[in-house]
Design a protein around this ligand. Structure first.
Ligand code: FEO
Length: 405
């Protein structure tokens, strides 16, 4: 195994997890656990590690540059197990190696591992570590995305190692944005942002402002997952600003499930109205994520740049369908209401008795911070011609509202 050179004395020494398809409910085409080796004139630093079981890849790539036993310093930007999982094995191999991390990380690492023999060194924003013609600068980034998170900046080469921020879940033989392709890389980054970063959007804008105020150059952004932004670093920063602000297209995402086709008829009539009103429309039939592109983690990526989200379910017993409830639970956790620009919502569905799903959906959308068009659309059993026409007109009215946002 070989390391990949980013700059003189700076290498990717991460691991590729080709087979990962589900990461706490996020569907993905594999991923990488990026670790980096910075070789200074006096010291060598390893930035982050990997998920447990991938240490051989990391150490094998390190060994293509130096003897791993000569690593002088480890930087732990983040304690989540996909980046800290290699620490027990590597700390055992390097018994007194200093591990630089935030104060919160010290506490968190002790909850995950037996750290009593580890040489943990707390760093704060602005503190530096001189490796000899290579200077690491630390920048605490609490809640981006865990309380322990930290960015590390390599001053001489102007490379930012922001851990999960700007990452993407993709497994590839390509290491750089220009190799994978800018549009593909941005699409993976958008899904990552939608599923992991939306609730932190105000903090992202604040942190990007702080980094901007430092006046430092950033030639390259080397995150802890996916490709390294060496040609399009400015583009991913711009995209993060736009996503955090909730900048959206004249687009609606329609999410629903159906029992015998009645709610499906409503969804399609709403879609026809929205399309005829000039909107881009994405229709997602939930069905437990069995349909390609309709897993909840794909849908929230569609929602991210949609101005409107329409959610439909029949009433089963007194409740919405479990598939829809699961999606809305996920959505509530993401809190799209924290994006600067708000989204509008609309609930619809059929029932065979006294209904209830539409009210429940409305409540959940409001909890998620979405401004719901009151009333929704609920029909008894199956929509008749007039009710389908009413759905179509509701789609047209939503299009009118969306295009004026
Ligand atoms: Fe927060 Fe990639 O872990």
């Amino acid at each position: 195994m070989k390391a990949t050179k980013l700059a003189q004395g700076v290498y990717w020494v991460g691991a590729i997890d080709w087979n990962l398809r589900d990461y706490h409910g996020y569907t993905l085409p594999g991923t990488t656990y990026n670790a980096y080796l910075v070789v200074g004139e006096e010291k060598t630093a390893l930035i982050d590690t990997c998920y447990p079981g991938f240490e051989e890849q990391v150490l094998g790539r390190v060994a293509s540059i130096i003897d791993p036993k000569t690593i002088d310093v480890i930087v732990a930007n983040h304690i989540e197990v996909d980046h800290s999982g290699g620490l027990p094995k590597i700390a055992k191999m390097l018994p007194s190696v200093p591990i630089y991390c935030t104060e919160v990380a010290v506490q968190g690492l002790a909850r995950h591992y037996d750290t009593k023999d580890w040489n943990l060194q707390v760093v704060k924003t602005g503190e530096t570590l001189d490796l000899g013609q290579k200077t690491l600068v630390f920048l605490e980034a609490p809640m981006l995305h865990w309380p322990d998170s930290m960015f590390t900046y390599l001053a001489e080469e102007e490379i930012l190692f922001p851990n999960d921020a700007f990452g993407q879940h993709v497994a590839s033989s390509k290491r750089f944005d220009d190799e994978l392709g800018k549009d593909i890389a941005l699409a993976h980054a958008k899904k990552f942002f939608a599923n992991l970063i939306i609730p932190l959007a105000p903090k992202v804008l604040k942190k990007l402002g702080e980094v901007g105020d430092l006046g430092i150059g950033i030639k390259m952004i080397a995150p802890s997952h996916g490709i390294i932004w060496r040609t399009h670093a400015a583009d991913i920063v711009t995209a993060y600003v736009e996503w955090s602000k909730g900048v959206s297209k004249d687009k609606v995402t329609i999410v629903y499930d159906t029992m015998h086709g009645a709610t499906d008829m409503m969804a399609k009539a709403l879609a026809d109205g929205a399309m005829d009103g000039g909107l881009e429309v994405k229709v997602c039939l939930l069905k437990d994520g069995r349909y390609e592109g309709c897993h909840r983690s794909d849908i929230v990526a569609e929602m991210l740049n949609s101005k409107a989200l329409l959610v439909g379910s029949p009433t089963l017993g007194d409740e919405m369908l479990p598939t829809v409830a699961g999606f809305l639970s996920y959505l509530r956790g993401l809190r799209p209401g924290r994006l600067t620009q708000k989204k509008i919502g609309f609930a619809f569905g059929s029932h065979g008795g006294h209904g209830g799903a539409v009210d429940q959906i409305t409540d959940d959308l409001k909890t998620a911070g979405i401004e719901v068009v009151e009333g929704g659309m609920e029909v008894y059993f199956k929509p008749d011609t007039d009710e389908r026409e009413a759905c179509y007109r509701a789609g047209l009215a939503l299009a009118d509202q969306v295009t004026q946002m």
